[in-house]
Ligand binder design. Structure first.
Ligand code: NAP
Length: 288
């Protein structure tokens, strides 16, 4: 049992991970583009995460681009045996930091090879196909061709497990007919609860749900109720927001992002916070 297992564990592909992991996107430069302001601090955050028992790190080669994966490799390679690194493909960055879709079989193959090279591994633990029909929200559109291409890379042994990101329930159901889907990564937090029914459905199927922007992302969560509850529990609003997610459903895995060791420690300590039924009801009011 790792020191971070107070958050509980969940099966992700062929590994069991602590439910409190780490999202590495904040380690790239401003706008998730270019190098971090403080390279040494970025290495320190990753090393501290692993030292604290984090064994699930979320990344992508389009963070930077390439920067985040290179920092992960520099900080942690050779990787601890129990570490699961989850990456994403399906997008590319322009020279102006823009995001566009990269869904052709050639682009997906290139992305998988870029991730392998920059992370320094022979096979990727989990690869999420990130839908880009609308950059900000799930939107209908067929994922058959890109998912089939990714499944082919899985058959070749370059990818162990496949997940989906920024997707609708229909895309998940269609995707599960092409290959096994081990996780779904969508926008969800205390204040943004579009996926409530989806989370419960995936829980029943043993599929992990990994909310991105668990703390509100680029605009961290702000709510007087959240602040009041946090003050009452002698905790911070961010810790309460994370603990609420841990209580929300057993298949939720957390990947809060931070570029600061102090925030990382604070976020991991959320595993030790307990919320009563009454407090949960109070917090549920924020998103309703
Ligand atoms: N699939 C997708 O489309 C997608 C999209 C976005 C993100 N992601 C993944 O999801 C992960 C999480 O999302 P995210 O990092 O964008 O957003 P987030 O975890 O909701 O929030 C990160 C923001 O909160 C701040 N923060 C973190 N801990 C804090 C604390 N204890 N107190 C105060 N502020 C705190 C961070 O600033 P500091 O650096 O100053 O701590 C940063 O500005 C990412 O790292 C990435 O791996 C996936």
């Amino acid at each position: 049992m790792s020191s971070n297992d107070e958050s509980g564990t969940f099966q992700l592909g062929d590994r069991r991970v602590s439910r409190l992991g780490y999202g590495a996107m904040q380690l790239a430069g401003p706008g998730v583009f270019g190098p971090p302001k403080d390279h040494v601090a970025a290495l320190a955050v990753l090393r501290e995460a692993v030292a604290c028992g984090v064994n699930h790190i979320d990344t992508s080669d389009y963070y930077g681009p390439h920067v985040t994966n290179q920092i992960i490799r520099e900080a942690l390679h050779p990787y601890p045996k129990d570490l699961v690194i989850v990456t994403k493909v399906g997008a590319r960055r322009g020279a102006d930091a823009s995001w566009s879709s990269a869904f052709s079989p050639e682009e997906l193959t290139q992305a998988v090879h870029d991730n392998l090279r920059h992370l320094g591994v022979d096979a990727l633990d989990v690869v999420n196909l990130r839908a880009m029909f609308d950059v900000h929200h799930p939107a209908e559109g067929s994922l058959e061709a890109p998912l089939t291409a990714l499944a082919e890379l899985q058959r070749k042994g370059l990818v162990r497990h496949i997940g989906l990101s920024n997707v609708t329930p229909k895309q998940i159901a269609d995707g599960r007919r092409i290959c096994e889907i081990v996780c779904v990564q969508n926008y969800y937090n205390l204040a943004h609860r579009t996926d409530d029914a989806l989370i419960d459905d995936l829980a029943g199927r043993g599929i992990a749900y990994v909310p991105f922007f668990p703390l509100g992302g680029f605009t961290p969560l702000q709510s007087s109720t959240l602040s009041e509850v946090a003050a009452r529990l002698s905790a911070t609003p961010m810790q309460v927001a994370l603990t609420w997610l841990l209580h929300r459903a057993p298949n939720i895995l957390l990947i809060p992002g931070t570029s600061s060791v102090a925030h990382l420690r604070e976020n991991l300590a959320a595993a030790r916070l307990a919320l009563t039924r009454q407090t949960l009801d109070e917090l549920n009011g924020i998103g309703s």
